[in-house]
Write a protein that binds this ligand. Structure first.
Ligand code: ADP
Length: 629
């Protein structure tokens, strides 16, 4: 039994190929985690790093509370089951299962007890004297499982264990492995490219693509709330249908307009989290709808298509069709106009029929065409609010407030600006007030729908806020993007600052011992860091680390002002950025910019010295996008 923690794990192979990028997950004891994704996405590499068969380029791997990056595979208390079984052909099943235990010098009677127990669990007791070649694929895989089982490991790693088996056996073994997980009460990590295996076995699934984690979620959340088009298409069979459409809001409904001119509508309430910029009828977005979420009728309206194939599977029927072109003609050549519908109990539909499809409005998905990310995030990334400027004040959300001086500068002479406000930048306060129309749980947070005319302003609120309340709030101006005529004129202030510098070590003798000290160096400012971090950087980049440049990032709130005689880096104050409720000094630290939050209007220095604690600094490579520690 064990929990696992993967923290910012990277794998860069010797040939420079970056196979795994910034993989982080907390795996609880007894979870059944599945890594799924197309071939080459980095699943096995990640699993092999957990097993200790592959070195971890950067990041921390914990089993329980122990950092195991440098621990030998045999000491990790992990058992691995592979696709290829990897059984010894000249040994009997019993000997194969006993082999690892004998190597550990376990007493023979205990070995026997363990092998017999595992054989019973896996129903292979009668084959113990056979050689692997005298067994079927399914039985061999059971032996491979048994060999892992007898070791009583803390964590089971399984790499495509079923892919050599035929479909029927695979389904049966899926059930067995799930049952095994339940009875063993051990943490399982299972790699597969098969989404059905992932969905049926995992308590949580990690979907990967090109070395990047796309989404980590429960099977049902992946199915119902895919984060992007890739996850939406990967999970579910037949695959989700995707169409290019434009969306146009008409009061309480939104028209979904297909390229051929056909339209369906969905209630605005269902898509109210989609940013208004996508609802103007001009922007092409991707509409996603699963085959099982489409109703079809032989007459009426909706998305017209011609049936090109019907597959009757008994319990359900899969209907394949082609949408018409803009003249309503069905051209069979075009690849982009396919539709697949899954229905139950419809034996009246035949090839050649012209039918009308209506999506279930509860089940629609929309994705940005460029980023492919959902437009229906549980927490919308930002709200857009128009503000009118007059003199030193601005009017927005039915109120007039002070125009932050930096907004005024950015707006130049514009009379109207657009504010892009993330929900977390709306904080309790007295500047504005709107009615709470609805509150819902989203990622363990409370998302409030604040009624703003005929749409909503989304804010994160605490438990004391209730539906129907009048919610008083202010804005964190520094977290707002400002636009004029659709063009960004001021970017929100980020949470971190970073400076580039070098890395060095010194060697001293202390009490007769040779001791290394490691330093981050930014300009003349040298910060001694823990030797653990120093060794980490050295182990990742080798001795090149003493020649490389690194990016040293620190949360802004951790930047300290220090006296001119203390260790620190000097910054020349170039400008004061006045956001009204907060102010920042824009510093020039030896040619590198740094934004420092300053308190009160009394700040009048033209030169300051700042310092950081080494524990607050994260170190990034400047050559590839990788966090070293
Ligand atoms: P998956 O298990 O998802 O199929 P892998 O983890 O095996 O993917 O591989 C991820 C990527 O890393 C692939 O592009 C693969 O070609 C590459 N790769 C795997 N092993 C090595 C290696 N030893 N050297 C270089 N590249 C490798």
């Amino acid at each position: 039994m064990a929990s696992l923690k993967l923290s910012h794990i990277y794998k860069v192979y010797d040939n420079g190929h970056k196979a795994v990028n910034d993989f982080s997950i907390d795996i609880a004891d007894r979870e059944f985690i599945v890594f799924v994704g197309p071939s080459g996405c980095g699943k096995s590499t990640t699993l092999r790093m957990i097993a200790g068969l592959e070195t971890i380029t950067a990041g921390d791997l914990f089993i329980g509370d122990t950092l195991v990056n440098d621990m030998e595979p045999k000491d990790r208390d992990i058992a691995m089951v592979l696709q290829s079984y990897a059984l010894y052909p000249h040994m009997s099943v019993y000997e194969n299962m006993a082999f690892g235990l004998r190597n550990r010098k376990m007493p023979e009677n205990e070995i026997k007890e363990r092998v017999m127990k595992a054989a019973k669990m896996l129903d292979i007791e009668e084959y113990l004297e056979r050689k692997p070649k005298e067994m079927s694929g399914g039985q061999r895989q059971r032996v491979a499982l048994g060999r892992a089982l007898v070791r009583d490991p803390k964590v089971f790693l399984l790499d495509e264990p079923l892919s050599n088996l035929d479909a029927k056996l695979r389904a049966a073994m899926r059930t067995e492995i799930t049952a095994l997980h339940k009875s063993l009460n051990t943490t399982f990590i299972y790699v597969t490219h098969d989404q059905v295996e992932a969905m049926t076995m995992g308590t949580r699934i990690v979907v990967m693509k090109n070395g990047y984690v796309q989404q980590i979620d429960t099977p049902m959340n992946l199915y119902n709330e895919p984060y992007n088009r890739f996850v939406a298409g990967f999970i579910g069979t037949p695959q989700m249908n995707f169409f290019d459409v434009k969306l146009k809001r008409r009061q309480d409904r939104v028209s979904v307009i297909f390229t051929n001119g056909d339209q369906v509508t969905v209630p605005y309430e269902k898509v109210s989290k989609i940013h208004s910029q996508y609802l103007n009828g001009d922007t092409t977005v991707t509409f996603g709808i699963r085959p099982e979420h489409i109703f079809i009728e032989k007459s009426g309206d909706g998305l017209k298509f011609i049936v090109t194939n019907v597959e009757r599977l008994g319990n359900e029927t899969i209907i394949y069709g082609k949408l018409g072109d803009h003249l309503g003609e069905f051209t069979m050549k075009d690849e982009g106009n396919n539709i697949v519908v899954k229905v139950v109990d419809r034996d009246d539909i035949a090839v050649g029929d012209v039918v009308y499809a209506q999506p279930n409005p509860e089940k629609v998905h929309f994705f940005d065409n460029d980023t492919e990310v959902t437009l229906m995030n549980k927490i919308p990334p930002y709200n857009t609010v128009q503000a009118e400027i007059s003199g030193d004040r601005m009017s927005l959300l039915r109120r007039e407030v002070l125009l932050p001086p930096i907004f005024k500068t950015a707006a130049k002479n514009a009379a109207e600006i657009e504010l892009s406000i993330p929900p977390y930048a709306i904080v309790p306060g007295n500047d504005f007030s709107l009615e709470v129309a609805k509150i819902e749980k989203a990622d363990d947070k409370n998302l409030a729908y604040l009624q703003k005319g005929d749409s909503y302003l989304f804010a994160l609120v605490d438990d004391s806020v209730k539906e129907g309340d009048e919610y008083g709030f202010s804005l964190r101006n520094e977290k707002i993007n400002v636009l004029v005529n659709g063009k960004e004129v001021l970017k929100a202030v980020g949470d971190d600052e970073s400076l580039e510098g070098s890395f060095y070590k010194t060697e001293v003798r202390e009490n007769g011992q040779r001791v290394l000290h490691f330093f981050y160096k930014i300009g003349d400012y040298a910060i001694e860091t823990a030797s653990e971090q120093g060794y980490k950087i050295n182990s990742i980049d080798g001795d090149a680390c003493y020649k490389n440049n690194y990016k040293y990032a620190v949360p802004r709130e951790k930047i300290r002002l220090v006296g001119s005689s203390e260790n620190g880096i000097d910054g020349k104050v170039k400008e004061i950025l006045d956001y009204g409720n907060t102010r920042f000094a824009k510093l020039d630290c030896g040619g590198q910019p740094l934004l420092l939050e300053i308190s009160g209007p009394g700040f009048s220095e033209d030169r300051v010295r700042v310092a950081f604690d080494p524990g607050d600094i994260s170190v990034w490579s400047t050559r590839i996008d990788m966090k070293l520690c």
